[in-house]
Structure formats: structure tokens, C-alpha cells
Design a protein around this ligand. Structure first.
Ligand SMILES: [Zn+2]
Ligand SMILES: [Zn+2]
Length: 363
């Protein structure tokens, strides 16, 4: 079976390449050489096309099948082109790194045809910046989690390209309000209060460009909404060479399904925007709010997020940092979250496989 995955390696020395947010180039972990993403992209175009054609189906000699049927149905195993070890991923994994040799690995079939994203915002901020944000978050709090006081605990900090749908659309609104104006004036022996009543009508269309909704069921929606906004000036056409060194999943929430979230946001912001034009009244009560969302284009984009997790006072806390702007959100009272759950399931599988391998060697 041909390789289903591609390792991005340094053309100079064969070392692992990763996308460096500082230089916006691919950098070799070993010799420090730097390369333009476009240059590496060209060198890998053939290998990626062949890997995409090989698909993501399970190969027959698949150890994963010996594990729990339910979990195995969502697992994929690829062999690492660099060291030959089996890479265990879930069925949405699009970029990861080999846990044995550390080589960044991309699964080109996850970007094939209709699965190809339109855009990506490459990471702008490094892991250290996420660590610093977490430290300042905990500043003044007595127990800084030890795991984060040292920068080498990489298993709890992951750079993830999260799949997002970006919706264009228009909200056709027809709103009415009941408004009042109250005046009082005082004569010699009376206070006279006059209340005027108004029927206020507003009709109009509010247009929206690229309203985001994350397309990964693993990512807590509230966390992804909270790290917005992303600055779309940095959107560039998608290219796989921005991925090495990060995790990425293809979407598993369809654009139709996610559209409900975007529609609600468009509806609420259209109402807010239009009702802001109703002013000069003593009181305003909404009467009818008809909003019709007219969907337009949907774009598929990968946006950069640092995910952090820590155990503190026996509870798991998760944090996220916008990998472009540095907006940091944390300490949500979420238990594992699906992202970390998958991460730990896969780690457990790897440990079990290692154990079996050792057992075979020993036996
Ligand atoms: Zn090198
Ligand atoms: Zn490997």
C-alpha cells in the first residue's frame, strides 16, 4: 500500500520541518534552515497527490482492529514514512506528528477535492506566548499549576488548526416597536404629565461577510466563540505546508448543520444594529421581529488555536488562545472536553501497543 501520509522533511538534512509563526516560514528542527511554504509545497505536490489517492481507509494488517470495536470504527492507522511505526489517529485527523520519531505528518486525503479548505490563517503566535498568557492568567492565584511553570510539558499544549465554516449572508428585517415619550410640566397648582405613543417601523437588510462557526465536534463551541474575532486580513489560500508541527482535523460538522449557529448570530446582530437606530423615546418595547436570513456563500477555513489543559485541585481545566490575536479564554468548568478525550484515548492506545510490542519482544 502506498503511503497515505506525508512527512515534511528538510530538503537540506532530512530533519523534521515545522511552520514557524515568527518567520512565517518552514524551519528545520535540526539544521535551522528556513524555506518558503510555497517552495516546500511544490516539492511535495507529487507525494501529496499520491497520498491523497491512497485515501484514509484502514490497511488490512491493522492492529487497531484488535481493540474495542466501537473505538476502532473511529480510528485510522497510518504507517509513518520516516520510521515505519504505526500512527494511530481518529478518522478526522488531517495533521499530527509521529509519536515515535517526532516527524510532522499530514494526511493529504483529508484535503482532497471538496474537502479542500478555501483559506487558512497561519499561526502568528508561538507556544511560549500561550504559556505566558496562562501564567499571567494564574498570576496572584496561589497555585500556579506546576505543569505550566516549565515550558517543556508539550503534551498539555497543542497548536490546532480548527476547521471553521465562514458564512456570507443577508438578514432581511421587518421590525416594529412601541415607543413612548413622556413630558411633564408644572403649572401653579398642577403637574401635568403627557404621554405620547408611537408606532415605530424599521425595514432593512443587513449584510454579513464570513460569520464563523467552528466545524469540529471536538471543540467546545462556547470556547471557540469566545476566542473570536479573527482578523481576516491574514486569510491566505489554503496550503498544506502551513500545517507541519500542528494538529488539524477536517470538519465533522456539516456546513448545513452549523448554519443554524451562524443564522442565529446574524439574526441577533441584525436586530441589535437596527434597534440601535430607534432613539429619542422614553421607552421602547419591541412588538414584532421578523428576520429572514438569506444564505449566500460558505467558505471553509482553518484557523489557528492553542489548546491548553491542566489538572488543578483534581479538576481538569481547559483554556484556549487565539493563535493569531492572542485572545485568551480559560478556566471553563468543562470536564475533559472531546478534544482532550480523544487525545488521551489515542495516547492510551499507543501505550497499549507499546506494551504488546514489548511483550512480543520479551516473549
Ligand atoms: Zn535541516
Ligand atoms: Zn515516525
Amino acid at each position: 500500500m502506498p503511503d497515505q501520509v506525508t512527512n515534511y522533511k528538510c530538503p537540506a538534512c532530512g530533519g523534521p520541518l515545522h511552520f514557524d509563526p515568527e518567520s512565517q516560514k518552514l524551519k528545520c528542527d535540526f539544521c535551522g534552515s528556513v524555506f518558503e511554504p510555497a517552495e516546500i509545497s511544490e516539492q511535495y505536490s507529487e507525494a501529496n497527490a499520491a497520498a491523497a489517492a491512497a485515501g484514509t481507509q484502514l490497511s488490512e494488517s491493522n492492529d487497531v482492529m484488535q481493540w474495542s470495536k466501537e473505538e476502532a470504527a473511529h480510528m485510522r492507522a497510518y504507517s509513518c514514512p520516516s520510521c515505519g511505526a504505526q500512527l494511530i489517529c481518529d478518522d478526522n485527523t488531517a495533521a499530527t506528528s509521529c509519536p515515535y520519531c517526532g516527524n510532522p505528518t499530514v494526511v493529504p486525503a483529508q484535503f482532497d477535492g471538496a474537502l479542500r479548505p478555501d483559506y487558512i490563517i497561519p499561526f502568528k503566535l508561538k507556544k511560549e506566548e500561550a504559556v505566558n498568557k496562562l501564567k499571567s492568567f494564574y498570576k496572584g492565584k496561589p497555585l500556579l499549576p506546576r505543569a505550566f511553570s516549565e515550558n517543556n510539558h508539550i503534551e498539555e499544549i497543542k497548536g490546532v488548526y480548527v476547521p471553521f465554516w465562514l458564512y456570507d449572508g443577508a438578514a432581511a428585517t421587518d421590525l416594529s416597536y412601541h415607543g413612548t415619550r413622556v413630558h411633564t410640566h408644572t403649572t401653579r397648582d398642577e403637574i401635568i404629565t403627557t404621554t405620547e405613543h408611537f408606532q415605530i417601523e424599521r425595514k432593512g437588510t443587513v449584510r454579513f461577510k464570513m460569520v464563523p462557526a467552528d466545524a469540529s465536534s471536538k471543540m467546545p463551541d462556547e470556547l471557540m466563540d469566545a476566542i473570536e474575532p479573527f482578523d481576516y486580513h491574514d486569510l491566505v489560500p489554503f496550503d498544506m505546508s502551513y500545517l507541519p508541527g500542528y494538529l488539524a482535523d477536517k470538519y465533522d460538522v456539516s456546513s448545513e448543520e452549523d448554519a443554524k449557529r451562524a443564522d442565529t448570530r446574524m439574526k441577533n446582530s441584525a436586530i441589535a444594529e437596527i434597534s440601535a437606530t430607534v432613539s429619542g423615546y422614553t421607552s421602547v418595547m419591541p412588538e414584532t421581529e421578523h428576520v429572514h436570513i438569506v444564505p449566500e456563500r460558505v467558505h471553509y477555513a482553518f484557523l489557528p488555536v492553542w489548546m491548553l489543559s491542566t489538572k488543578w485541585k483534581d479538576e481538569i481545566h481547559i483554556f484556549a488562545m487565539n493563535g493569531q490575536t492572542g485572545k485568551f479564554i480559560g478556566d471553563l468548568p468543562v470536564d475533559y472536553g472531546r478534544f482532550w478525550l480523544w487525545f488521551f484515548i489515542i495516547t492510551a492506545f499507543l501505550a497499549a501497543i507499546l506494551y504488546i510490542m514489548l511483550f512480543v519482544v520479551m516473549g
